[in-house]
Design a protein around this ligand. Structure first.
Ligand SMILES: Cc1cc2nc3c(=O)[nH]c(=O)nc-3n(C[C@H](O)[C@H](O)[C@H](O)COP(=O)(O)OP(=O)(O)OC[C@H]3O[C@@H](n4cnc5c(N)ncnc54)[C@H](O)[C@@H]3O)c2cc1C
Length: 387
């Protein structure tokens, strides 16, 4: 499929494909039934160095640009695996890298690169404020050499499988700042030491296997040295990281779309009904062809967003559009794949229904389609602000 785009990072893609071949559908199905974490898969990716792709070589990582990480995530999804178990490490790490002090980077990055520490938890969303991030209620109060944190996060994925969490909390209340985006700060929370000492985690069972949780902070003491960058400037640090997150998630959606399209094409060519392959009927061909066209457009937008990100240019519009187009493409491909398979699309052993549930998430997280559309309407097209 589309040899020119796939030729970028060909060696890395080949390595990831080989690694993923050891984790076939049976592996994911068993985990899905029990809603358990793919520890062996994440360990294999870590040991092969893929999760340290974006960490600079001086800290023990591969020092790849964002497009290299995107190629890794896309290939994982294209192979039928699920990178959601560990993708956060790739994009959270950028916030630490760009805004962390030298001591923080030296303390954490080499250990993350070596697989000794997992940075997989990203605590932004809260139950009451939802997408309205600047209204979040979790607060951090300075007390000598510490901050004392109180509040609650929701949908903090992988919290039970992470050593570190990047946490966004209010350090100055909303009514005492000039702009609502001011007064928010980012902390690195060392979760192992905090568990049972002000930090508790409650898993949430969801329609797919995602290891997501609710996290509660009750007078959790975090050393002041774990504040990332400047106090009160955290929102802009998180936003910069979110562009990388959108590009990587979009690449995953492109990989999902390719997986669904491959499956649908193979089945449509093979399945004979009324004495001819079902793929000979245009009613079967067209949804797959349309999903392919959507996937290719999304793939090009992912490449453009990554190019701008790597050049240090503003890529907000392109990162958002890549996420929107790719999530729509993967969903269209998922729908076409189920429909092409008829009843078999619903059978667990085909993996289609599992991937269908997994890829549905990206219409909502990490940012919902509506919010991207309002970003494009207001920030790109200059329409009046709706909120
Ligand atoms: C499985 C899973 C994993 C997740 N992992 C993480 C994680 O690791 N860390 C983290 O911080 N968060 C995580 N999230 C949270 C995710 O980013 C949010 O669910 C998402 O941003 C939507 O926020 P919300 O659920 O609060 O919806 P709301 O903000 O309550 O919105 C509900 C609906 O209303 C729509 N809506 C709201 N306001 C507007 C508006 N002004 N105009 C038009 N439509 C609007 C939204 O588009 C959405 O469809 C995860 C979520 C899920 C489901």
């Amino acid at each position: 499929m589309n040899a020119r785009m796939e030729s970028s990072y060909a060696e890395i893609r080949e390595g990831v494909r080989k690694l993923c071949a050891a984790f076939p559908g049976e592996y994911w199905r068993a985990l899905d039934r029990d809603r358990s974490y793919p520890s062996d898969f994440v360990r294999a990716l870590t040991e092969a160095g893929y999760l340290a792709a974006l960490i600079p070589e001086e800290y023990g990582g591969a020092g790849l640009p964002l497009s290299g990480a995107a190629a890794i995530m896309e290939t994982i999804q294209h192979a039928g695996c699920n990178g959601a178990a560990c993708h956060a490490q790739m994009y959270i790490m950028g916030t630490l890298l760009r805004h962390g002090g030298t001591a923080q980077k030296q303390k954490y990055l080499p250990k993350i690169a070596a697989g000794e520490l997992r940075l997989q938890a990203f605590g932004v969303t809260e139950p009451t404020s939802g997408t309205d991030t600047t209204s979040l209620k979790t607060n951090a109060r300075r007390d000598g050499n510490h901050y004392i944190i109180n509040g609650q996060k929701i949908w903090t994925s992988r919290a039970e499988h992470s050593d570190l969490m990047l946490l966004l909390a209010r350090t100055t209340s909303k009514d005492r700042v000039a702009k609502r985006t001011d007064g928010l700060s980012v902390f690195v929370v060392e979760m192992r030491a905090a568990l049972g000492h002000g930090l508790s985690i409650r898993p949430i069972r969801t329609m797919m296997n995602h290891s997501t949780t609710e996290v509660f902070f009750e007078d959790l003491r975090v050393p002041a040295e774990n504040l990332l960058g400047e106090e009160g400037k955290g929102f802009r640090y998180i936003i910069a990281g979110m562009n990388a997150e959108r590009v990587l998630i979009a690449a995953e959606c492109v990989g999902d779309a390719k997986w669904f399209i491959d499956k649908a094409v193979a089945y449509a060519a093979d399945r004979v009904v009324f004495d001819r392959p079902i793929g000979q009927n245009q009613g079967v061909q067209f949804p797959i062809a349309r999903a392919y066209a959507q996937m290719r457009a999304a793939e090009l937008m992912v490449a453009e967003a990554a190019r701008l990100f790597e050049a240090g240019a503003d890529c907000g519009a392109e990162a958002n559009m890549a996420k929107l187009l790719a999530a729509d493409a993967s969903w269209a491909a998922a729908e076409a794949c189920v429909q092409t398979h008829g009843g078999f699309g619903f059978a667990e052993e085909y993996d289609i229904e599992r991937k269908f549930r997994e890829t549905r998430l990206y219409q909502v997280a990490p940012i919902s389609t509506n919010l991207i559309l309002s970003y494009i309407a207001e920030h790109v097209l200059g329409l009046p602000r709706s909120y």
